[in-house]
Write a protein of this length. Structure first.
Ligand SMILES: *Cc1c(COP(=O)(O)O)cnc(C)c1O
Length: 495
C-alpha cells in the first residue's frame, strides 16, 4: 500500500453550498466613485429577478481549495498516465486552452454576421482544409459534436447518396465483430440494418466473410483502421475494391487516427467517408464526456450531401453556404463545438506536417515498448497492436482467480486510471491500453511496473487485488444501480 498516492482524501467532501455562510464574499470591489443609476431604470422591471440567485457565499480561497480538492479525487491526464484504450487520452497542451479562451473566439455570438467573424470562419475553413489533407479527401464538415455524431452523419450521407441514385434497397451496413459499440448503434439510429462480420484469427476482417456478405442490399462497410485491436487492416485495398464493386461505400471510423496521422491517408486506402475524433487525435480534454468534435471528411461524390451550412471562400471572403439543395440538413445547432475546433487547429499548427507524423510514430513506438514489457505476464491474443494493444487476463484468472476487473481496480491504488476492460468483445478478459505519444519512458515504466506488481500480488495475496481499490475516496460502486437510479442533484436544505 506504499504506492497509495493521496491517502489524505476522505470519502466525503462537502458541497460548495455546504461551505457557504451568508455574507461571505469572494471579492470586494470598491464602490464606484461616479454616479450610478438604479437597475430598475436600466432594465424593465419584468426582466429583473424578484430575489437574488442562491449562489454559494464563500471567500475566494475557499472556492479554490474546494475545487482543487475535488480535482484530486478524480483521475485526469494532468495527474498521471490515462491509458484508456480506444480513447486516446493524450496530454492536452495548455496553449490550446489559451487559444480557445481568446476573447475574440470565446466571446463570439453565433448570430454575429459573417463579415464581422472572418477570423473565426477563416480558422474553420483552414481546419477543414487541413483535415481534408490529413484524410486524403475532398471536403469536410466540422459540425458533428462527437465521434458518434460523425458516424451518424456519415451513415446519413451514405443514405442520401444511394437515394440520389435510386438505390433505395441498400439498407444493410456491414460491421466487423471487433467494432466500437457506437458503429452498430449509429446504423440502427439511421434506420439501417447491421450485418456483423467475423474477424479472422489475426484479428482482421475476414475477406471471405466480406465476399459472402456483399450484395445489392449493402449500403456500405464501416471499418476502423487500425481496428479496435490496434491491428492494421492490411487487406484494405482489396476490401475497398470489393465493396465498391458491389456498389457500397467505405466508411472509416477514424477514432484510431493517432496511429496513422501523417503516415497514411484513409482516402488512399479507398475509403469514401471518415470521421475524426478531434478530442482524441488532436487533443482537447475529454475525460468528463465532452465537449468534443467529430468532423467528417468525404470524397467529392459525397460533397453535395454534407450538412448545412458549410464554410465557403470566395476570393478570400468567407461566408456560410446555405445554398446546398442536396444536403442532409443540419446536424448540430450553429456550427458545432467551436472551442474544440480552435484547440485542434492550434494543435495541428503547433506540430506541423512533420510533427503530426512524429506524433503517430511515437504513439506506435510507445505502445510497442509497453506491449513488450507486459506481454510475458499479460498475453496478447492478437499480437502487439499499433497505437494500442489488447492484453488478455485469462491466464491470470486461471492461475489466481483474479479477474481483469480486479486488476483495473487495483491500478487505481497505484495512482493510474484503469485501462479499457472487456472491450473489444472478441478478447476474453480484455485489458486494452493506449499509452499515447505524450508519455515519457519513465511514466510508461511506472505503469508497466504497476501492472507487473499487481500480477505478483494476485499470486501472493489475491484478496488484496480482488478487494481493490483501497486508497480511493470510494471503493467499488454498484455501477448497475448507479446507472439505473442516477441521482446527481443536490437539494437545498428546507428553510
Ligand atoms: C471513441 C470512439 C468512438 C466514439 O466517439 P465519441 O466521440 O465518444 O462519440 C467511435 N469509435 C471508436 C473506435 C472510438 O474509439
Amino acid at each position: 500500500m506504499s504506492q497509495t498516492p493521496f491517502p489524505f482524501l476522505g470519502p466525503t467532501t462537502p458541497t460548495i453550498f455546504e461551505r457557504s455562510r451568508p455574507g461571505r464574499s469572494g471579492t470586494s470591489v470598491p464602490r464606484p466613485d461616479v454616479p450610478t443609476r438604479p437597475l430598475e431604470e436600466l432594465i424593465p422591471a419584468r426582466h429583473l429577478r424578484a430575489s437574488p440567485p442562491r449562489l454559494p457565499e464563500v471567500p475566494e480561497h475557499e472556492a479554490v481549495r474546494h475545487y482543487t480538492e475535488i480535482s484530486l479525487k478524480n483521475h485526469h491526464v494532468d495527474r498521471a498516465l490515462y491509458p484508456l484504450g480506444s480513447c486516446t487520452m493524450k496530454y492536452n497542451p495548455k496553449v490550446n486552452e489559451q487559444m480557445a479562451r481568446l476573447g475574440g473566439f470565446a466571446g463570439l455570438h453565433p448570430f454575429t454576421p459573417a463579415e464581422a467573424v472572418q477570423g473565426a470562419l477563416g480558422l474553420m475553413h483552414e481546419l477543414g482544409e487541413m483535415l481534408g489533407e490529413i484524410a486524403g479527401m475532398d471536403a469536410v464538415t466540422l459540425q458533428p459534436a462527437a465521434g458518434a455524431q460523425g458516424e451518424l452523419t456519415g451513415v446519413l450521407l451514405m443514405r442520401a447518396y444511394h437515394q440520389s441514385r435510386g438505390d433505395v434497397q441498400r439498407r444493410r451496413v456491414l460491421i466487423p465483430d471487433s467494432a466500437h459499440g457506437t458503429n452498430p448503434a449509429t446504423v440502427a439510429l439511421a434506420g439501417f440494418e447491421v450485418s456483423e462480420l467475423k474477424s479472422n484469427e489475426a484479428g482482421r476482417l475476414s475477406v471471405k466473410a466480406l465476399r459472402e456478405a456483399l450484395d445489392d442490399r449493402v449500403a456500405g462497410l464501416m471499418l476502423t483502421n487500425p481496428n479496435t485491436l490496434g491491428v492494421f487492416e492490411s487487406a484494405i485495398l482489396e476490401i475497398s475494391e470489393l465493396v465498391h464493386e458491389a456498389g457500397g461505400l467505405m466508411y472509416m471510423d477514424g477514432a484510431n487516427l493517432n496511429a496513422l496521422t501523417g503516415v497514411a491517408r484513409p482516402g488512399d486506402m479507398g475509403y469514401d467517408i471518415v470521421h475524426f475524433n478531434l478530442h482524441k487525435t488532436f487533443s482537447t480534454p475529454h475525460g468528463g464526456g465532452g465537449p468534443g468534435a467529430g468532423p467528417v471528411a468525404v470524397m467529392s461524390h459525397l460533397e453535395p450531401f454534407l450538412p448545412l451550412p458549410t464554410v465557403k471562400s470566395d476570393d478570400g471572403v468567407l461566408s456560410l453556404d446555405w445554398d446546398r439543395p442536396q444536403s442532409i440538413g443540419r446536424i448540430h445547432g450553429f456550427y458545432g463545438n467551436f472551442g474544440v475546433l480552435v484547440r485542434a487547429y492550434t494543435y495541428i499548427r503547433m506540430l506541423g506536417q512533420s510533427g503530426l507524423r512524429e506524433m503517430a510514430e511515437a504513439a506506435v513506438l510507445n505502445n510497442a515498448y509497453l506491449s513488450a514489457r507486459l506481454e510475458s505476464r499479460f498475453p496478447l491474443p492478437y499480437g502487439r497492436g499499433m497505437h494500442e494493444s489488447v492484453f488478455s487476463g485469462t491466464e491470470l484468472k486461471k492461475q489466481t482467480g483474479v479477474k481483469t476487473l480486479d486488476v483495473a481496480k487495483r491500478l487505481l491504488d497505484y495512482g493510474f486510471h484503469a485501462p479499457t476492460v472487456y472491450f473489444p468483445l472478441i478478447v476474453a478478459e480484455a485489458l486494452m491500453t493506449e499509452p499515447t505519444e505524450t508519455e515519457t519512458k519513465e511514466e510508461l515504466d511506472r505503469y508497466a511496473d504497476a501492472l507487473l506488481s499487481i500480477a505478483a500480488e494476485a499470486e501472493s495475496d489475491p484478496e488484496l487485488v480482488t478487494g481493490a481499490p483501497h486508497a480511493t475516496p470510494v471503493r467499488r460502486l454498484d455501477e448497475g444501480r448507479a446507472g439505473r437510479e442516477l441521482d446527481v442533484r443536490w437539494n437545498f436544505p428546507e428553510g
